[in-house]
Design a protein around this ligand. Structure first.
Ligand code: FES
Length: 115
């Protein structure tokens, strides 16, 4: 499949955050498991994880699982010992939905992936 997005980019496609991590297209549901920030406004870090734009929770885009918890809450941006680990635990139990990016009739669309 031809890559749809430039490496390291994230964009919105309907209810999905789509992009390219380490040369592979991905699609995950858009709402962060912490406080529902729009992950299509996030970024890709050096490890290929999707980083939330609000408190920097990190997600594995292949599984949808949160791999690092938030660094803050609401308007606070900084260390939150205990709370960060609690939210990460939740993010592992309830991962983001993971989709499959496909081209149909000349358009890029996302189809839910079976778990
Ligand atoms: S809303 Fe995503 S880390 Fe807080």
């Amino acid at each position: 499949m031809t890559e749809a997005w430039l490496p390291g980019t994230v964009r919105r496609l309907g209810g999905w955050a789509v992009g390219n991590s380490r040369g592979t297209d991905f699609a995950v549901s858009r709402r962060c498991r912490h406080q529902f920030a729009d992950l299509s406004e996030g970024s890709i870090d050096a490890d290929g994880c999707l980083v939330c734009p609000w408190h920097q929770s990190r997600y594995d885009v292949t599984t949808g699982r949160m791999v690092s918890g938030p660094r803050g809450f609401l308007g606070w941006h900084g260390p939150t010992p205990g709370y960060t680990q609690l939210i990460r635990g939740l993010g592992r139990v309830v991962p983001l939905r993971v989709g499959r990016v496909v081209r149909e009739a000349g358009r890029m669309v996302v189809r839910p992936r079976e778990r």
